[in-house]
Design a protein around this ligand. Structure first.
Ligand code: ZN
Length: 306
């Protein structure tokens, strides 16, 4: 009996030891990965809300050593429609000096950020720009997809950074100028390639392209998914098929961030072809990504509309 008791006690002790070890190991591996490992003195930490703002800010901070840029949302997040802040996001923002956002309603969580981070400098890239409205009369936030407006976003963010971090003001402005030269070249190249295409009617996956269409004189006859991330209902699909048949649209543009299933279904019903048009809300960690992805879009449109 005693021996049984001793064995049980030994077993209990080893179980306790094991669970303690597991607990400690668990704690260690729970260190949040998206939060920077403390910043050094004199370093400016800029957090960006999502991919296009991250690429923009990378260009403005090029060659500045004591600035750290963190993209708050993972590159696969895509557009921030209805995005909810996570506890890790709040921790990331606690370390930020400056938060660069697109604005125009893309970051619907800003009330919470402003309430909790009163000292945070917020730079809104779309501030003062002429915005298009969506079908509900709300601002369409996909401003960066017009190259001309993206250049204005670059100016806005550079001005904001220069004000918030005056020690690097000249560098931010010089980087903005250099990036705008590259963007102007891209814009002119795209006009040369796309102004002459005969077909102007397109159908896109979500409401991301009105600014782009406005810039390149394209006509979006219908949008496949009103709610990005959710598949359209049977009724919505039928309505889209009808519109595409009536208008004679030849090209449907799905997006790399979302399933192409709905577009494929519509293509089967209408004979239109499916292409991929990138709203540049995800991609490589490369400051040239905006220009590269736009060029890819240009090639796709040329192929689809010629
Ligand atoms: Zn979107």
């Amino acid at each position: 009996m005693r021996r049984w008791q001793r064995n049980t006690r030994l077993l209990l002790i080893s179980l306790l030891f094991c669970s303690l070890t597991l607990l400690l190991a668990g704690c260690e591996s729970q260190a949040p990965t998206s939060v920077p490992q403390g910043k050094s003195e004199g370093q400016t930490t800029i957090v960006t809300s999502f991919y296009p703002m991250y690429i923009l800010t990378q260009n403005l901070c090029s060659g500045i050593d004591d600035v750290q840029i963190i993209n708050m949302t993972p590159p696969q997040t895509g557009c921030l429609h209805d995005y909810q802040l996570t506890p890790d996001d709040m921790k990331t923002l606690e370390q930020a000096d400056i938060f660069v956002i697109n604005g125009a309603g893309m970051e619907s969580f800003m009330d919470k950020v402003i309430a909790q981070q009163k000292d945070l400098t917020i730079i809104e890239a779309s501030r003062g720009l002429a915005l298009l409205k969506d079908e509900h009369g709300e601002d369409n936030p996909h401003v960066w997809l017009s190259i001309e407006l993206y250049e204005k976003q670059v100016e806005n963010v550079a001005r904001g950074l220069a004000k918030a971090d005056p020690g690097h003001a000249e560098k931010y402005q010089a980087n903005a100028q250099a990036y705008k030269v590259q963007l102007e070249e891209l814009r002119l190249r795209m006009h040369q390639e796309l102004d002459g295409v005969e077909e102007k009617k397109i159908a896109t996956f979500h409401e991301a392209f009105p600014y782009f269409a406005q810039e390149f004189d394209l006509h979006i006859v219908t949008v496949i998914s009103r709610e990005p991330g959710s598949e359209p209902s049977a009724e919505e699909l039928a309505a889209t098929v009808k519109t595409i048949k009536n208008t004679g649209v030849k090209a449907l543009f799905a997006e790399p961030q979302y399933s192409t299933r709905a577009a494929q279904t519509i293509a089967r019903e209408t004979g239109a072809r499916v292409y991929i048009l990138d709203p540049i809300v995800s991609g490589p960690d490369d400051k040239n990504a905006y220009i590269q992805l736009m060029e890819k879009n240009m090639q796709t449109l040329k192929e689809a509309l010629q």
